[in-house]
Ligand binder design. Structure first.
Ligand SMILES: Nc1nc2c(ncn2[C@@H]2O[C@H](COP(=O)(O)OP(=O)(O)OP(=O)(O)O)[C@@H](O)[C@H]2O)c(=O)[nH]1
Ligand SMILES: [Mg+2]
Length: 429
């Protein structure tokens, strides 16, 4: 049997199949729709079947449903083994696309910059590698065409696998170089820059909308899953803020980073696509965990984000800067019914409730509070050789006194605690 590619012929109609206690047909349906598929049927089963994902009886039912609806695609809520895929394709006589391939295709469609495209390609290749059989069309992209027209002999398959591995190796190298460059830029920001705030959260929670609201940017936000596939950093300056009760508040500027959204059952092949998201959150002074308060599964979504972050942050750089603040931001309050809203406020008493499309001020206040709460007054002695460290202080700190001495520039300043930590080397009694 020859595998077909997504989105051909009548392959815009899909039947969804979800098995297992943790199945979520509505989310799978949104994923499918994000890719432009029309969902024409749904089938669920409590238990996953090792042979064909769903049991024999359900598979027969699936075949009938596919025939009745004219669907060309079957989309499953979990990643399948190659043999499960074959069993399901045989039973349904349709192309089977599992959750992993579906998400990879969405990432592919939404990747905008060169790095995200490489990350997605790497994900697709590692998904494909154990599934290579004769006649897989996607290979033609690698070998400049023609690869798939040859026979599916063992030698050919070995050749295909080798081509894939070589390509993966080259992509990994390229991404490694970019990562190194990012680290250098990051280190500079870290020592000199204003405090860093990072937005993380489930896909579609409203992160980009929040970035736009706070920074006056116009990044693309849309009611699609995985709209953002790259991290963006913007300066939020005090002038965008608002004074409380007309009293001018001394506030440091901060840089705000928008990141790639998470999802439950995240395909492991896509870890590279989250590298910069994870770097941005491990390096942040304040992490804002955004959640869609109107989602029926908001608790689980918050938990998914927390556990994905903590699993990966455990391995993050141990430079001792672990005093990270987290703010939970429950967004889309405008579409949350009153009783649900009260329940969530009880459940998350510390959370900031707001609607980013109406007014993101409450979050700005919370961030500024965290940053201001920790403002400290210190005396610094900055050697003349490092006078470049002085000018950031004029931008982000309150200067009480400055004396240029023989040893260096002596300064008495008040600044945000995260920033003070960066100047710890230069503190004097
Ligand atoms: N009703 C309502 N909709 C909102 C609010 N904030 C964002 N949205 C909508 O939610 C959808 C997703 O918003 P995005 O800002 O793209 O979400 P995101 O977290 O960046 O999503 P990804 O980039 O896909 O991870 C868009 O249609 C927004 O207009 C809000 O406060 N209220
Ligand atoms: Mg976004």
């Amino acid at each position: 049997m020859v595998e077909k590619e997504l989105g051909q012929g009548n392959e815009e109609k899909a039947v969804l199949v979800a098995a297992g206690e943790d199945r979520q047909i509505p989310e799978l349906s949104r994923l499918a729709q994000t890719l432009g598929l029309e969902v024409v049927g749904e089938l669920e089963q409590v238990r996953r079947d090792p042979v064909g994902y769903v049991g024999r009886g359900k598979r027969e039912e699936l075949g009938e449903l596919v025939e009745a609806t004219g669907a060309g695609l079957v989309v499953t809520d979990d990643e399948l083994s190659p043999s499960q895929t074959r069993v399901l394709e045989k039973a349904s006589e349709a192309t089977v696309v599992d959750r992993t391939l579906l998400i990879i295709r969405i990432f592919e469609a939404h990747a905008r910059d060169a790095a995200s495209r490489l990350e997605v390609e790497l994900a697709e290749l590692s998904y494909r590698l154990p599934r290579v059989r004769g006649g897989y069309r996607a290979l033609s992209r690698l070998g400049g065409g023609g690869v798939t027209t040859r026979g599916p002999g063992e030698q050919q398959l070995e050749y295909d696998r080798r081509v894939i591995r070589q390509r993966m190796e080259r992509i990994r190298r390229r991404l490694g170089e970019e990562r190194a460059a990012r680290t250098v830029r990051g280190a500079r920001l870290k020592s000199e820059g204003p405090p860093r705030v990072t937005l993380v959260g489930y896909t579609n929670a409203g992160k980009t909308t929040i970035l736009n609201a706070l920074s006056g940017e116009q990044r693309s936000s849309a009611d699609r899953l995985f709209e953002t596939l790259e991290t963006t950093t913007r300066l939020v300056s005090a002038s965008h803020g608002h004074s409380r009760n007309g009293v001018a508040v001394v506030r440091p500027d901060f840089v705000l980073t928008d990141t790639v959204g998470f999802i439950r059952k995240l395909p492991t092949q896509l870890v590279h696509s989250f590298a910069s998201t994870l770097e941005a959150s491990s390096g942040a002074d304040v992490v804002v965990l955004c959640a869609d308060a109107s989602s029926e599964h908001v608790e689980e979504e918050i938990q998914t984000v927390k556990s994905t972050l903590s699993e990966t942050l455990l391995e993050a750089d141990g430079d001792g800067e672990s005093r990270q603040e987290t703010i939970l931001c429950l967004n889309k309050a405008d579409v949350v019914p009153e009783d649900r809203r009260r329940a969530l406020m009880m459940r998350y008493p510390e959370a900031v409730f707001m609607s980013a499309i109406r007014y993101a001020g409450p979050l700005l206040d919370a961030v500024n509070d965290r940053l201001a709460r920790s403002r400290v007054r210190v005396r610094l002695l900055i050697p003349h050789a490092e006078h470049g460290l002085v000018s950031p202080l004029y931008e982000h700190a309150e200067i009480h006194e400055r004396n240029d001495t023989a040893q260096g520039i002596e300064m008495d300043v008040t600044l945000a605690e995260p920033q003070a930590r960066r100047y710890a080397h230069y503190t004097i009694a």
